[in-house]
Design a protein around this ligand. Structure first.
Ligand code: AMP
Ligand code: ZN
Length: 137
């Protein structure tokens, strides 16, 4: 646990929170400034700045928790859809540097999240880039 990290303190119960789920590895809480009411963030109890430093044993347990929480948020809020967001780095909008996954309820036409512009690839460019990414795995 990182003593200077507010999400470490929340995840480990030192700072109280509106908890919706807890197990030995994670705590899921209501986001304090929700995109919509029912917006949840899922925090590992062990500190990791972002996805790149998340231990494998935690990473492999994360998606089942995301799935479970998303289903409960959908039932409770009656939302039409859910966005799962996880920001890494300031360029990607990360503001708290303890990994967390957003579960954001969405309603038809709410327009709360920007849609990115649709780019394109030149001939052969996608295959070349895919090969470069594959080589890093
Ligand atoms: P991100 O921009 O992905 O780093 O998201 C950080 C999120 O944490 C934001 O949605 C904040 O509203 C939320 N947040 C910050 N502090 C707290 C807190 N004390 N309790 C609950 N949510 C928080
Ligand atoms: Zn932390």
């Amino acid at each position: 646990m990182n003593d200077n990290c507010i999400f470490c303190k929340i995840a480990n119960g030192i700072i109280p929170s509106a908890t919706v789920y807890e197990d030995d590895l994670f705590r899921a809480i209501l986001d304090i400034a929700p995109a919509h009411k029912g917006h949840v963030i899922i925090l590992p109890k062990e500190h990791a700045d972002n996805l790149f430093s998340l231990p494998e044993n935690v990473a492999e347990k994360l998606m089942p928790v995301v799935k479970k929480v998303a289903a409960a948020v959908k039932k409770t809020t009656g939302c039409d859809g859910i966005n799962i967001l996880q920001n890494n780095g300031t360029a990607a909008g990360q503001t708290v540097f303890h990994l967390h996954v957003h579960v954001v309820p969405r309603f038809e036409g709410d327009g709360i999240l920007p849609v990115w512009p649709q780019g394109s690839y030149a001939d052969g460019e996608a295959a070349e880039l895919a090969a470069k990414i594959r080589a890093e795995l």
